[in-house]
Design a protein around this ligand. Structure first.
Ligand SMILES: NC(=O)c1ccc[n+]([C@@H]2O[C@H](COP(=O)([O-])OP(=O)(O)OC[C@H]3O[C@@H](n4cnc5c(N)ncnc54)[C@H](O)[C@@H]3O)[C@@H](O)[C@H]2O)c1
Length: 374
């Protein structure tokens, strides 16, 4: 495990749940070593989460022949270096999203895992919200018919304060060098991954971005510096299937904390989902008898719905952390069967291409082709 922050906790929790809730898996994770740049942190994390060892140098994990898999939960600027070295050392890799800061950085990561033939996955965890997986099943069944529209939002409000510094521990998301971009790589990357998984490739994009607070104090240098990230981004696009897409992400939507929503409109039916009510899927079917036709609110908690039978009785809910358990379980299941665990680095590279086209479009005020092959 590389990192001891938010995602390190979410993933470690997932690994610890597998044996109890997915007992049939042939392979089980052993929490070997945790790495953090800050010595005290690695040690405290190892003690709390029951890792056998801790270190401040991630290279030690690659040199350890007992370690089979590396989980990258560090900021975006170190994903490529660690992943390429880990692939070279023959380790399986589970990498947090976005794959990297740029396509230029991400492509060699894909090349490295392919050349080494090591299993890999990227934690676009929202695919494994049961309601979102159910949406995928309904869409794939063809019930929606021809698709006309896909729209998604990811709205937050935590960077409105101009006094908030950029950079450094916990604030690396505001630092262009560490993050690579602002809301595009952080929030829209999730929306784009889900969108292409549900609705196919995005062909071209037209975007606007805005940086509302132009200068912030940098936590590491102590200097007031230009802000390089996009605070907000809106783009529209064409999907390969001919439908139109509309996406928005911001950290300036006062009152919104992590409002990820999507809606897809087809000829016969529509679906919408909202992270703030993640166990529900809303579904409208125009084929319903007209006097009862309307939006259904499906409480996704029945044992025949995706992943649910692993957990509790119908009607009671699961939460955010379960998305990571599901992803980890799918990874270990793939390890047993020899299948690829989607999204792989290769798929995450396609999301990276869309993010890059979005930023290029905003910078040049022009439509950009994504070059995505989905
Ligand atoms: N899938 C999701 O929904 C989701 C949610 C949050 C974050 N993320 C991604 O997870 C990654 C980590 O984000 P986070 O929220 O956990 O960040 P965080 O700031 O909470 O934690 C980052 C950790 O990385 C460590 N670190 C930084 N540089 C390091 C290095 N060179 N070597 C070893 N450790 C290093 C820090 O000490 C810290 O423990 C990012 O890529 C982010 O985009 C994904």
């Amino acid at each position: 495990m590389i990192g001891t922050g938010f995602m390190a906790r979410a993933h470690t929790n997932a690994y610890k749940r597998l044996g109890d809730f997915f007992p049939e898996l042939g392979h089980r994770p052993v929490l070997s070593t945790v790495c953090s740049r800050t010595p005290g942190r690695a040690e405290a994390f190892a003690e709390q989460w029951e890792y056998q060892k801790f270190t401040t140098n991630w290279q030690e994990l690659l040199d350890d022949r007992n370690i089979d898999a590396i989980d990258i939960c560090a900021p975006n600027d170190v994903h490529a270096e660690i992943a390429i070295a880990a692939a070279g050392a023959g380790k399986m890799i589970l990498c947090e999203k976005p794959l990297a800061r740029t396509v230029e950085e991400a492509q060699p990561m894909v090349d490295a895992v392919n050349a080494a033939g090591v299993m890999n996955t990227v934690w676009y965890n929202y695919r494994r919200v049961p309601a979102v997986t159910l949406a995928k099943q309904i869409i794939d069944s063809g019930k929606l018919g021809r698709i006309f529209h896909y729209r998604a939002n990811f709205l937050q409000d935590w960077t409105i304060n101009p006094e908030l510094p950029q950079g450094g521990e916990a604030l690396w998301r505001l630092d262009i060098n560490a993050a690579g971009s602002g809301v595009t790589g952080d929030l829209l990357a999730h929306c784009i991954d889900t969108a292409m998984w549900l609705n196919g490739g995005i062909r071209d994009v037209s975007a606007v971005t805005e940086t509302f607070i132009k200068e912030r104090k940098h936590q590491l240098t102590g200097q007031v510096e230009k802000v390089g990230i996009d605070d907000a981004c809106i783009f529209h696009c064409h999907f390969d299937n001919g439908s139109l897409g509309l996406f928005e992400a911001t950290r300036y939507a006062r009152g919104q904390k992590a409002l990820y929503t999507f809606e897809i409109n087809g000829e016969h039916a529509s679906i919408r989902w909202d992270l703030h009510d993640q166990n529900r899927l809303e579904y409208f079917d125009h084929n319903d008898e007209s006097i009862v036709r309307g939006w259904r609110s499906i409480h996704v908690s029945d044992s025949d719905q995706p992943y649910i039978k692993r957990w509790w009785i119908p009607g009671v809910c699961i939460g955010y952390e379960h998305t990571f358990v599901h992803h980890a379980a799918d990874f270990f299941h793939c390890l047993d069967t020899g299948e690829a665990c989607s999204p792989t680095f290769e798929e995450a590279l396609e999301t990276q291409k869309v993010c890059e086209a979005v930023l290029e479009s905003a910078a040049t005020r022009s439509w950009q082709k994504t070059g995505v092959h989905w």
